[in-house]
Design a binder for this molecule. Structure first.
Ligand code: SF4
Ligand code: SF4
Length: 236
């Protein structure tokens, strides 16, 4: 059913000028196929232009519209009103900013430090193997690619890091750890020792408690904890 829904949104507000925070309730009449980003925009247009939130591509590719809805980190551009009503079995939704980063205003967070963790994991080939032949391309067998291609779909939305109980306690985080592991699995990478130093350092993969919350919330359906388990076992 994609009719019209009367939904209630309880949204965390924060004003950085006064440092006041509160929860504001909005009643919205929304079509079932509206996404939560559309609903937030509708609130801006019709009720409250001061409500701040963030998005960019709105096609689940940039990872900038992550929020927590009824306790679950997700992408606001992916969640349809009708699906939210069905999934959470309610017409009332509590929206909060991701907890992995400091709040700038309302639902908008500053992900810079969170990105620093990913950068620490060096999400690129540190020292790629030379091409087999000048002007040729490096070929990877389909079988090898199949073992890690899923992990390359990560958009660094930090939903997994928000859901991870360990992320807030001296852990580089599930997506940053996976970014390292996927390059350990990449046959083109030769800097394996440097990567293992990152993987097994104090804030590395052994901080993971295998709760699998990361896999449960990942909007790209990546089994993040599977890759972290491979990292723990040195299977790359
Ligand atoms: S692994 Fe999934 S949840 Fe985590 S940052 Fe990547 S896309 Fe987002
Ligand atoms: S499996 Fe590990 S990385 Fe994933 S949420 Fe649990 S503790 Fe965090």
């Amino acid at each position: 059913m994609s009719g019209v829904y009367n939904i209630t949104l309880e949204i965390s507000r924060y004003d950085p000028d006064t440092r006041l925070s509160w929860v504001q309730t909005y009643q919205v009449e929304a079509g079932g196929i509206l996404r939560f980003v559309d609903v937030l925009r509708k609130i801006n247009d019709e009720q409250d232009s001061t409500l701040a939130w963030s998005s960019s591509c709105e096609h689940a590719q940039c990872g900038s519209c992550g929020i927590i809805v009824n306790g679950k980190p997700l992408l606001a551009c992916e969640l349809l009103v009708k699906d939210a009503v069905e999934q959470f079995d309610t017409h009332r939704f509590r929206l909060r900013p991701l907890t992995i980063a400091p709040v700038l205003r309302d639902l908008a967070v500053d992900l810079e430090k969170a990105y620093d963790r990913v950068h620490e994991a060096k999400p690129y080939l540190i020292n790629p193997a030379p091409l087999p032949k000048e002007g040729d391309e490096y070929r990877i067998s389909q079988e090898t690619l199949d073992t890690y291609i899923e992990a390359t779909q990560c958009i660094n939305c930090f939903c997994c890091a928000t859901a991870c109980i360990s992320s807030h306690h001296h852990f580089i985080g599930p997506n940053a750890t996976m970014a390292n592991i996927v390059r350990l699995m990449d046959p083109r990478e030769t800097a394996k020792e440097e990567r293992m130093d990152i993987l097994y350092r104090e804030d590395g993969v052994y901080r993971c408690h295998t709760s699998r919350a990361c896999s449960f919330v990942c909007p790209k359906d990546i089994d993040v904890s599977h890759f972290l388990a491979l990292g723990k076992e040195g299977k790359f």
